[in-house]
Design a binder for this molecule. Structure first.
Ligand SMILES: Cc1ncc(COP(=O)(O)O)c(C=O)c1O
Length: 382
């Protein structure tokens, strides 16, 4: 099979009506990705619109507290507040060039929906976002932001009313409107070409970080750590380091903790299965998908991560809600940087790894502004 095969994971496991449009998308992507014009246009938008390059920050206070040198790749500084814009710009530009007039997207934490609303406004594409009712409730600010930028937000009430159900709704829309619509998938998930395309658009994170780290220290970090929902910020960080002697760690949403039946950790605690058009690792039927962070609340994961797990390239660990909440406060207090609840899982894992590694590069995938209302409740700050 094509590039969409990750040693048996991935593929294009879709109903007949989606096979042809996905093939067309894969061809369009393969044709355009290397062209100088496309890359130049995308690079200009990443720089002037999104705010790249993002900085690499040596978090001295946190390093002292944790007992290892912690460096943060500051994707939280991007326009919109998270890494999602890297991928949204790439796919929207591709959609525009392919003659599409409409974007649809799923969103959990609302960051990808926000990024899609931004690029829809920027490139003059009609935009519709699917979001689970549960997430609309805990990420109200992002819903307002999407609507302000002209996107329609559809509340999804079926199933568990979360991210997975929003993906189902978006896939149905895509199948019904393939002529004018591009489904702007928000992570390295779904059928081919999405996992490899989203990875390529996010790879800028690791490419910059590797350069910056070498310039700063003359070497490479001992470990690279990122949180894993679908897995796009993690794969974006890891890709440039994959042939280096750098240990990879992925922090999944461990929910209520070890042994619980409420978590979002398909790599640490799942099984092989097929979901949303891809073969990957999925959470079992006996587990309720749960994480304190909406962006990690997903029962599957990108197929390339399933491969990394199978071949032992990356160690995936479940980080529970309590550990993530503690890290959220520690980074805020030590550095004056409020992380997204998703990214707090990566910070918590860096703390756990401080005994094993001297220098740890953490991808700070997003900022915590969207989580303020939830944080006020979690920490009784009123
Ligand atoms: C800030 C932030 N980090 C991480 C994620 C998880 O997505 P991914 O695993 O694709 O990076 C999200 C998803 O919404 C997010 O908003």
């Amino acid at each position: 099979m094509s590039d969409g095969d990750f040693e048996g994971y991935g593929g294009r496991h879709v109903p007949e009506p989606l096979a042809e449009p996905l093939e067309q998308l894969a061809t369009a992507y393969d044709d355009i990705k290397e062209t100088e014009g496309f890359q130049r246009e995308l690079d200009a938008l990443l720089e002037d619109y999104a705010g790249r390059p993002t900085s690499l920050y040596h978090a001295e206070g946190l390093s002292e507290r944790y007992g290892a040198d912690v460096y943060l790749k500051r994707e939280d500084l991007l326009h919109g507040g998270a890494h999602k814009i890297n991928n949204a710009l790439g796919q929207a530009l591709l959609a525009k060039k392919a003659g599409k007039s409409r974007l649809i997207a799923e969103t959990g934490a609302g960051q990808h929906g926000t990024a899609t609303a931004m690029v829809g406004a920027l490139l003059d594409l009609d935009t519709e976002i699917y979001m689970g009712e549960k997430d609309v409730e805990r990420q109200k600010m992002n819903v307002f932001r999407m609507r302000l930028m002209g996107a329609e937000v559809n509340e999804v009430t079926r199933g568990g009313a979360g991210l997975s159900d929003a993906v189902d709704a978006a896939l149905e829309d895509f199948a019904a409107n393939i002529d004018d619509t591009h489904y702007l998938v928000g992570s390295v998930v779904g059928p081919d070409p999405f996992p490899r395309m989203v990875r390529d658009f996010q790879a800028v994170i690791g490419e910059e970080a590797r350069e910056q780290f070498r310039e700063r220290t003359g070497g490479l970090p001992d470990a690279a750590v990122a949180c894993v929902g679908g897995g796009s910020n993690a794969m974006g960080l890891f890709h440039a380091f994959r042939d280096d002697d750098v240990a990879f760690y992925g922090a999944e949403g461990g929910g209520e903790g070890a042994g619980s039946k409420r978590h979002a950790a398909p790599l640490a605690d799942g099984a092989d299965g097929t979901i949303h058009g891809m073969k990957t690792r999925v959470i079992g039927d006996d587990v309720e998908v749960h994480s304190v962070s909406a962006g990690l609340d997903y029962p599957g994961v990108g197929p390339e991560h399933a491969m990394f797990r199978a071949v032992g390239r990356c160690d995936y660990r479940a980080v529970d809600d309590e550990a993530a909440k503690a890290a959220f406060r520690e980074l805020s207090e030590e550095e004056g940087i409020i992380p997204a609840l998703e990214s707090s899982h990566a910070i918590a894992l860096a703390k756990e790894l401080a005994d094993e590694h001297d220098t740890i590069l953490v991808n700070l995938s997003g900022r915590g502004d969207k989580d303020m209302e939830q944080a006020a409740e979690l920490f009784d700050l009123n």
